[in-house]
Design a protein. Structure first.
Length: 322
């Protein structure tokens, strides 16, 4: 179900539009807010796909797109004919970042059916484009739930076109990976050769242990992940880089923005669900809703053979329903 917010100083209009949307299309639900501060408080614990508002004073405009707490907005205009609208409080010559695009405005006193159609077009989720190269991660705020086994099975499924990158809190004994992180940060010219030298074969898949010391992993930054991913993809050997992330490397949760997909093994017991809710609350507070949209929660088999996990991954990727 698509969930949208409506905030308009004309309370009667806001309530009427909300009632119409909820009755006209069962795929949509709407929440009314008296002001944008109330909407902000709501977003601290909940999510919306879209906000319709006549008050954009607390919004941001980036590249012509209007947003509030990283939720896309549509400006409700009381004028039938609208051009580009200046962002409030800006003076002087307009730049592209100060202008709200016409597609993000709507005349609010037209037929409600037309407003709903505009909403449908805005929130329609387009099918993901097939990426030739992709960077993925396996991570869970829960412990002992199959992250490493899942990451290796995902890599194995790629049949030589994927590489497993280990960034767990504690790597196996004898594994050296600190040299890679050091060379990334120091921009050593021989970095790419060092990476190739550290790639090994393990159980039929190519593996790179990119960190073996807990404190080193805590210093990993977004630029480090981007640099390493680019280095691996530019070899032309791999189409997918799959990171196995421990909590140490995610000292800064915005690092999750580096990944196209985040596979998250979860458990259903009360304590685990409470931890997941707390983790999602932190993402909201950091305005990382785009990260939440990339997370795929999975109930992976926690017992059984390697073949069982491989079958689970095959069903997940090929059919979408393990």
């Amino acid at each position: 179900m698509h969930r949208i917010g409506i905030c308009d100083r004309d309370e009667g209009f806001a309530v009427g539009l909300t009632d119409y949307i909820c009755q006209a299309d069962g795929e949509y639900s709407a929440v009314v807010f008296s002001d944008m501060n109330s909407a902000g408080e709501y977003l601290a614990k909940n999510d919306l796909e879209l906000i319709l508002t006549d008050d954009i004073s607390g919004c941001r405009v980036e590249g012509g797109r209007l947003s509030f707490h990283n939720v896309r907005c549509i400006y409700l205009s009381d004028r039938r004919t609208v051009g580009d609208v200046r962002f409030p409080g800006e003076e002087g010559p307009a730049s592209a970042d100060m202008i709200i695009r016409g597609g993000d405005l709507i005349y609010k006193y037209q037929r409600l059916g037309l407003i709903l159609e505009h909403i449908r077009k805005t929130v329609t989720v387009n099918p993901p484009a097939i990426c030739k190269k992709q960077v993925e991660a396996v991570f869970s705020p829960l412990g002992r739930c199959g992250c490493t086994t899942l990451a290796m099975a995902l890599t194995e499924y790629m049949k030589g076109r994927g590489i497993y990158v280990g960034m767990e809190n504690y790597s196996p004994d004898g594994i050296e990976g600190s040299e890679i992180l050091y060379q990334i940060k120091e921009k050593i010219p021989e970095f790419a050769e060092t990476v190739r030298r550290h790639i090994t074969m393990s159980d039929g898949i190519e593996v790179l242990r990119a960190g073996s010391v807990y404190l080193d992993l805590r210093n990993v930054q977004k630029d480090d992940i981007i640099c390493l991913s680019d280095c691996l993809l530019q070899t032309g050997i791999y189409s997918t880089v799959i990171y196995d992330l421990g909590s140490a490397v995610l000292d800064d949760l915005s690092l999750l923005e580096c990944f196209d997909v985040i596979y998250m093994p979860v458990l259903d017991d009360k304590a685990s669900q409470g931890k997941l809710a707390g983790f999602e609350s932190i993402l909201r507070s950091l305005e990382l809703r785009d990260v939440m949209q990339r997370i795929i929660k999975l109930h992976v088999p926690t017992v059984g053979s390697r073949e069982k996990m491989a079958e689970y991954v095959r069903e997940l990727i090929e059919n979408g329903k393990p």
